[in-house]
Design a protein around this ligand. Structure first.
Ligand code: NI
Length: 168
């Protein structure tokens, strides 16, 4: 039996946990994983987020949530196997780097394999906002943040400098 979902603390940049690579989930049906999924859904919705990766709640495992407006979707052990040559630029933010936004260039379309929360295996071709969020979240699983890739910070340069100075 799962517990009532609870809101989790979001790990904030420059916490080192955001830089650690995540590991594969062996059993998505494990109760601790199912509880984490429920807790992460609540946490993301509560923060008005459109994506959340497990490292952002302190768990370095291959689990992400994406909500492109059609409701939260769960991606376990996602692997992007193809990225389109065509790219676009979009403004991104991150719940772990509050009030900072920047332009990031990414492929428009990706093909990926993943498992859902019922351990069902999927192949998906994704484009649009979903592809954008997916790539941002999959980056989190490798310890990569949008500020590593940004062409230009469009909002919150001072905030970013403040976060970085606090770390020293
Ligand atoms: Ni993020």
């Amino acid at each position: 039996m799962l517990n009532k979902p609870k809101k989790l603390d979001i790990v904030l940049y420059p916490d080192k946990r955001l830089r650690q690579p995540s590991v594969k989930i062996n059993n998505p049906l494990d109760e601790s994983i199912q509880q984490l999924i429920a807790d992460m859904k609540l946490t993301m919705q509560n923060a008005n987020g459109i994506g959340l990766a497990a490292p952002q709640v302190g768990k370095n495992i291959n689990l992400i949530l994406v909500d492109d407006g059609s409701g939260p979707k769960v991606f376990i052990n996602p692997v992007i196997i193809y990225s389109s040559r065509s790219q676009n630029i979009f403004e991104e933010g991150c719940l772990s780097i509050p009030e900072v936004f920047g332009q990031v260039m990414r492929p428009e379309k990706v093909w990926l394999f993943y498992r859902d929360e019922n351990n069902k295996f999927h192949f998906k071709i994704s484009s649009g906002l979903e592809a954008r969020i997916l790539q941002h979240e999959v980056d989190h699983l490798r310890g990569v943040l949008f500020i590593d890739k940004t062409l230009k910070i469009t909002q919150g340069t001072e905030k970013l400098e403040l976060y970085e100075s606090n770390a020293k």
